[in-house]
Design a protein around this ligand. Structure first.
Ligand code: BG6
Length: 455
């Protein structure tokens, strides 16, 4: 795509736009000054161009990118009902050939807008960008995909998953595919278990309207963590270009199932009660404004999966994420099997090596058995640490750069979105049937005390 794109943000006055999208755009335009963007905002609010311009300028400034504002060729706002075909047509009118429609609105509104778009003539190459969740189960994900397929080719649909834009997720590619010390041992023969964990200290943060219907399983595991897992487990692709990369990650998801097909033993869920996270006192989740306690929404979820192929059969992949926990802890932990035999004469335990990729900040470490400290025949653990530096673009900037270039490599493909639901649907069903207890943990703790600790 040429360097001038009309980015139409639907839901321009919303929180996502000012908190994430605009700062990311500011960063992108600062780092890649050749880009030219026309920025059209649209929403139900009675804003005028000046108000929109102020919003953009302030969002850029708050992220330290005030100068980027000058790179925007047009900043206009239109009041619009984005589920109305005439309003949508007006928004696109005169936008030129390179148009990206970014739906920064709740999924149901985005789906309705896509239905309406069927009656609008879209410029060739129009890109559609949608936020998760993509559906509420496999069947609805399929319906949404069918609607989208009537509008534009799949390569022009950007299902956003900013974890794919994280430099930390991407770091796994180099380590895996560019090192002979890892490539040959990346399989069930040498790896015992994998954990993908994303523990947060944040509580609900006023997001009950969305989160109370999603919960940790849908908010994090169904989307982000399965994608991270797919990058870790994919077969080496020939290139990292869109088709090869997305074929390889989708193949992992197609092979993934809940451990032993038993969602009851393979999953756990819990919800936080009142407690202190650092200096902040959090109320019980059920006392947060807007929460309906009868929904039994979990704020901590764990699911163990298996990737049923020759490379991974038998290796548990445990995905876990929760809110209001003691510390922020996002990482992928790869635990290798111990060696078959330690020579007699070396003393001490020799557990398998552990490789950890942090999911931000950008670092990795490798825990190994070494000897030669005080006693040259006694084994001890040593840690090799690497600080990988800041990714140049923040995750949303990476995502936006793909959208402006119409390069969907880091977007979730439709079949992958369906597969992610296919994997978690049985867990959701078991939870809704009450087959898995909803445990509790005090905010600021490590989770329910009786849960077995993960590596
Ligand atoms: C979002 C989830 O997609 O990712 C949030 O909806 C979560 O609940 C967030 O907090 C985590 O990502 P980041 O980049 O904000 O750490």
């Amino acid at each position: 795509m040429a360097n001038e794109t009309t980015l139409v943000i639907l839901g321009a006055s919303g929180d996502l736009t000012s908190r994430l999208l605009l700062p990311a755009l500011g960063q992108l335009l600062t780092m890649e000054p050749h880009r030219r963007v026309r920025l059209r905002g649209a929403g139900m609010d009675e804003w005028d161009d000046a108000r929109w311009r102020d919003t953009v300028r302030e969002a850029f400034a708050s992220a330290g990118f005030e100068k980027a504002f000058a790179a925007i060729a047009e900043t206009t706002y239109q009041r619009a009902d984005i589920t109305d075909a005439d309003d949508l047509a007006r928004l696109i009118a005169g936008a030129g050939d390179n148009v990206a429609l970014y739906f920064a609105v709740p999924p149901a509104v985005a789906a309705a807008a896509c239905e309406a778009l069927a009656d609008v003539t879209l410029p060739e190459g129009t890109v559609l960008a949608l936020e998760k969740p993509f559906g509420i189960d496999e069947a609805s994900a399929r319906r949404l995909n069918a609607t989208l397929a009537r509008l534009v080719p799949e390569e022009q649909v950007f299902r956003i998953d900013h974890f794919l834009g994280r430099s930390t997720t991407l770091n796994m590619l180099g380590v895996r595919f560019a090192n002979r010390v890892f490539a040959p041992v990346w399989s069930a023969e040498h790896i015992e278990s994998v954990v993908v964990r994303f523990d947060e200290t944040l509580g609900l943060e006023g997001r009950a309207g969305y989160y109370d219907r999603a919960g940790a399983l849908i908010d994090m595991i169904q989307s982000h963590l399965l994608q991270v897992m797919a990058v870790l487990a994919m077969e080496p692709p020939s290139t990292l270009h869109e088709r090869d990369f997305r074929d390889a990650t989708a193949a992992v998801l197609r092979a993934t199932h809940v451990w032993q097909d038993d969602p009851v033993t393979a999953s756990r869920r819990a919800r936080y009660t009142a407690g202190k996270v650092g200096e902040r006192q959090l109320p019980s989740y059920v006392d947060e404004p807007g929460v309906d306690a009868s929904r039994d929404t979990e704020t901590l979820a764990e699911v163990t999966c298996e990737v049923r192929n020759d490379r991974w059969r038998g290796v548990p992949f445990t995905l876990r994420s929760g809110k209001a926990l003691a510390g922020k802890d996002g990482e992928v932990v790869v635990t290798f099997r111990p060696v078959n035999h330690v020579p007699d004469g070396l003393t001490g335990a020799a557990p398998g090596a552990v490789l950890r990729f942090s999911l931000g900040p950008d670092r990795m470490d490798l825990e190994l058995n070494v000897n030669g400290g005080d006693d040259p025949f006694e084994l001890e653990r040593a840690l090799l640490e690497a600080d990988l530096g800041e990714g140049a673009l923040k995750a949303y900037g990476e995502v936006l750069s793909g959208i402006l270039d119409a390069d969907a490599t880091l977007a979730v493909r439709g079949d992958a979105a369906e597969q992610s639901w296919r994997i978690v649907d049985p867990v959701l069903a078991a939870w809704r049937a009450g087959d898995v207890p909803l445990d509790e943990y005090p905010a600021g703790s490590l989770g329910p005390e009786h849960w077995q600790k993960l590596p």
